[in-house]
Design a protein around this ligand. Sequence first.
Ligand code: HEM
Ligand code: HEM
Length: 181
Amino acid sequence: SKGDPKAAESIVNQLCAGCHAVDGNSPAAANPKLAGLNAEYLNKQLNEFKSGARQSPVMSGMVASLSPQDMLNLAAYYSAQQPKPATAKDKELALAGQKIYRGGVQGAGVPACASCHGPQGQGIPAQFPRLAGQHGDYIYAQLEAFRLGNRANDAAKMMRSIATKMTDADMKAVAAYIEGL
Ligand code: HEM
Ligand code: HEM
């Protein structure tokens, strides 16, 4: 079955907009932007918050009352929202991050992020999420969660093996770059 964006509107307004905004361009750095992420990815994350495969005290409460069809509808809704153009705050750090994003970390076994997340960070449906313009703080927090194994759902295996090979400085740099993509 497919998601119906219209049918998600009342849940968006009551449950989600306070943190992720009605248009999915969440203003607060801790809350990820959802606009334009692919629907399959969003639906998968919601289901994993519900099953506990992806741990988040905040989000597990949010999805507790949602049905599988609600989650499909919400995924379709946020996927259809338009991401706002973004700029990097720290240009120098972003330049260092650009090297990692496009070429990986030579010698450390870190592959280019672009190979899975796309040259412009647009993602590759359905498995590889859009990263472009995402809050740097959120990106950094997720890389940490992958490294520590706190985000350990099945598809995250790829990211866990990558994040364990990255230094803190690598993570901060690539997050600064992604924020401006
Ligand atoms: C993460 C959807 C309500 C805070 C996420 C993600 C999705 C999502 C799909 C994962 C994004 C990604 O992987 O890029 C929703 C929907 C909501 C909702 C559909 C309404 C039903 C809220 C509310 C809050 C919130 C009300 C704040 C109180 C967060 C935070 C994360 C997150 C902090 C990051 C979790 C982490 O660290 O892994 N949300 N959300 N969300 N959401 Fe929500
Ligand atoms: C998810 C960053 C390289 C595959 C993510 C997320 C981040 C990220 C921050 C979470 C996005 C969100 O929560 O919205 C990066 C960076 C990379 C990199 C900085 C380069 C250093 C790669 C590569 C692959 C890959 C090379 C493929 C081999 C994935 C997959 C997910 C993901 C499958 C989704 C995991 C899930 O469903 O929970 N990546 N990535 N990434 N990445 Fe990467």
